[in-house]
Design a protein. Structure first.
Length: 224
């Protein structure tokens, strides 16, 4: 299964301009804009089409049949009118099997009706920007997570890593991997001491191919 988090266009990204007309007698251009209702309807239609088209493109590109299903979560960055702050909310979520989706004739469907028939989740009017719970999401909540501390500032070329305290060593590993994953938007967290008295690291890699949740045990120097 491929879990896809997609940043969708906001309502402000959808053009309102409908017609530009040149008036020869005045040598001027006149503009006509969509009504608010038509503009909101165009936004809703565009969002449904983006979701369906994205799923189609991924399945079509999967020539080795590595993907059996796709879960598409669509997010929008928009201003919350009650707070005035920009928020990132999931407004659309859909999951589909490859065989099921490939039976659809996209050239003849109504985007909204097709989305609903696939059990997609979203508010009645997507333009309302109402946040919904994704059908599937990568859960980063873990009761084991604890605060970490920096180690690299206290070591130099003369430091003996083999003689380093286990807890310091494990926080060092988290720090090193944290800097590496941060280059691609990932993050690394450490867990509380387990039954063996150690601290493990958990990395979240957003890469669509190699990414996911990666748990590491620095004592055993292994990853899974």
């Amino acid at each position: 299964m491929l879990l896809l988090d997609y940043i969708l266009p906001s309502i402000e990204d959808i053009p309102k301009l409908n017609i530009v007309k040149y008036v020869k007698s005045t040598d001027e251009f006149t503009e006509k804009y969509l009504s608010q209702a038509a503009h909101l309807k165009l936004f809703d239609s565009a969002i449904y089409q983006i979701a369906l088209r994205t799923i189609h493109e991924i399945f079509e590109a999967d020539v080795i049949d590595a993907i059996q299903s796709i879960n598409f979560n669509g997010f929008v960055n928009a201003i919350n009118p009650s707070t005035g702050h920009i928020e990132t909310n999931c407004i659309i979520s859909i999951q589909s099997l490859k065989d099921q989706f490939n039976e659809i004739n996209l050239s003849m469907i109504d985007p909204k009706q097709c989305f609903k028939s696939l059990k997609g989740v979203g508010s009645t009017k997507l333009s309302s920007m109402t946040a919904i719970r994704p059908i599937l999401e990568l859960d980063k909540a873990d009761k084991r997570f604890t605060d970490h501390y920096e180690v690299t500032s206290s070591i130099d070329s003369s430091s003996n890593l083999a003689a380093m305290d286990w807890e310091d060593f494990e926080h060092l590993i988290r720090e090193i991997f944290g800097k590496e994953f941060a280059q691609n938007g990932g993050e690394v967290k450490v867990t509380q001491a387990s039954s063996d008295g150690g601290v493990d690291a958990v990395a979240f890699d957003p890469d669509p191919i190699r990414g996911g949740k990666i748990e590491m045990d620095p004592k055993n120097r292994t990853g899974s």
